[in-house]
Design a protein. Structure first.
Length: 536
């Protein structure tokens, strides 16, 4: 069943809400409800019309694994019924996306345990449609029965304007360099970092949100390897951050205990570098408390080691440009117990980092500290956004209450003179970020109003296409809202836009589906997806 909304500009309760002082953003809302179990949703321009279509991975007892294709109409509408059902054959392990055929639009790259194939959704069925690309011993040999992992999109890693494929193998990573005619004759062998699945971090208090039971708490020992490094953002250099909504998270991550090998821009040259974590002595020494951070340079079809650095096994690395110079800097999150986190900032200086002298150190007291970088005031230098949860363990277990804190720190452009983190006066002008937050947003939740706790506040969406991002999140009633952010980095007290969904929202994924300058959204529910496409 599909429900289509064409909301007017409303100033009261309804599908869209706006403040009285601003014109309300307009969105086309399509609700796709399925009987099958939804395992993933991916956007791709499958037909080459410049609009992003929707791929929904599903599973059912009767039909097994499938990919459902939902094309986007010219008005932003998505039908509730798929235009095509692609059967996922039993020997297919995972898939990626790439535009490698002469026809416009992206194709599916289907991976089996021994090879890669291209498949066009513009044709029905496999006969005469499946084209073998190359043989390859893929990392995973046994397909998941109920899921279909997505590896992401092909990228141009060697700056020749042609899409390449980076794939994890049973022996090492392999980079297949495209030729431009749909073939991949050149292969660069890259290392296969190792993770130890037996490792346990310090005991931590974790929480979960259930719409049936409200907040729940547990004490466990989570893996320290979750989300070590994000994929390189395709946004502008000043807007690269730790994007929680990146659909490229895949089987390269913690599920298969293979450390992610990620491309970043560490130097001024057009080619990518690759960074990854492994153990200092390889698999034989996987029980140590140390990890090794490695950087590789891709040059003339070969991968050469640039540098290495040892760090603690509980440290977390984020690669992002925090000073607006277009190069990837490093943020090191160092956990001190379950509720203490230090964030160390290391500026990129000609592809090198002085790990002995961080450019800035910040300390936070809270659970599950997360950081992101967004240029909120359009000065070409990103702001730092930190979010975490605060609770007194005994009180939280008794009353189910929790405080979510979001802090915004103004960004400062570094002078590039070898700054070692010493502030120039009380304002900290020599530091990457202000010493004190310019904005502090506190949201208190309990078991009765836990709907807004599902998603952290997100700063990557521009709902009104004015070039300035809004603060997007869920209110305590479960509606999706956007609040503008002023030049002083203070969020407005009232939302400029509010959308009330038909179903409870489990996740919010900002996307650019029609290239009109305004952000669009995928809202994931229990077994349905709402697609919000901005309207001019």
């Amino acid at each position: 069943m599909s429900k289509l909304f064409k909301p007017a500009l409303l100033f009261a309760a309804g599908a869209v809400f706006a403040s009285a002082s601003l014109a309300a953003p307009r969105y086309q809302a399509s609700v796709i409800e399925l009987e099958e179990t939804i395992t993933d949703q991916i956007t791709a321009d499958l037909d080459g019309d410049g609009r992003q279509d929707l791929l929904v991975a599903v599973w059912s007892d009767d039909r097994g694994r499938e990919l459902l294709v939902f094309p986007q109409g010219a008005n932003g509408h998505f039908s509730g019924k798929p235009a095509q059902r692609i059967e996922v054959k039993k020997d297919i392990v995972a898939f990626a996306l790439a535009d490698i055929r002469e026809e416009a639009g992206e194709e599916l790259i289907l991976l089996t345990r021994s090879g890669a194939y291209s498949y066009s959704s513009r044709k029905e069925g496999y006969a005469g449609n499946l084209q073998k690309l190359f043989d390859f011993d893929f990392l995973a040999t046994i397909p998941e029965r109920k899921s279909f992992p997505f590896l992401g999109r092909a990228q141009d890693y060697n700056a020749d304007g042609i899409a390449d494929l980076l794939l994890p193998g049973r022996q090492q990573y392999s980079l297949f360099l495209g030729k431009g005619d749909g073939s991949f004759p050149s292969v660069v062998e890259l290392p296969r970092p190792h993770r130890d699945p037996r490792r346990e971090s310090d005991t931590d208090i974790r929480f979960d949100v259930s719409f049936a039971e409200g907040l729940s708490f547990s004490v466990n020992s989570p893996s320290p390897f979750a989300e070590l490094l994000p994929k390189r953002s395709s946004n502008s250099p000043g807007d690269q951050g730790w994007d929680r909504f990146d659909e490229n998270n895949s089987i390269l991550e913690v599920e298969h205990w293979l450390a992610a090998l990620n491309p970043v821009q560490l130097n001024r040259g057009p080619e990518f570098e690759f960074v990854y974590l492994d153990h200092p002595q390889g698999e034989s020494d996987a029980g140590t408390d140390k990890l090794r951070f490695n950087a590789l340079r891709l040059e003339n079809g070969k991968a050469e080691s640039e540098w290495q650095h040892e760090l603690n096994a509980t440290d977390e690395i984020v690669a992002a440009d925090f000073n607006g110079d277009g190069l990837g800097d490093l943020l090191l999150l160092n956990s001190r117990g379950s509720d203490q986190t230090n964030v160390l900032f290391f500026a990129n200086r000609a592809g090198k980092f002085n790990f002995a002298a961080p450019d800035q150190v910040m300390r936070f007291s809270g659970y599950q500290v997360q950081v992101s970088l967004r240029d909120l005031n359009r000065d070409q230098v990103p702001e730092l956004i930190v979010s975490y949860y605060g609770l007194a363990a005994v009180e939280a277990l008794r009353s189910g209450s929790m405080l979510r804190t979001t802090l915004i720190y103004a960004g400062n452009a570094l002078s590039g003179n070898g700054n070692t983190g010493q502030a120039d006066g009380e304002g900290g002008k020599g530091l990457p970020f202000s010493q004190r937050p310019t904005a502090k947003i506190e949201d208190k939740f309990s078991a009765e109003n836990a709907r807004g706790l599902v998603e952290r506040l997100n700063f990557s969406a521009d709902v009104d296409a004015d070039g300035r991002n809004e603060m997007v999140g869920l209110d305590q009633a479960g509606a999706l809202i956007a609040r503008s952010i002023g030049p002083d980095l203070q969020p407005a007290s009232e939302p400029v836009w509010r959308f009330v969904p038909l179903h409870l929202i489990q996740s919010v994924i900002p996307r650019n589906l029609n290239k009109d300058g305004a952000s669009d959204f995928l809202l994931r529910h229990q077994n349905s997806v709402t697609v919000l496409v901005s309207q001019p």
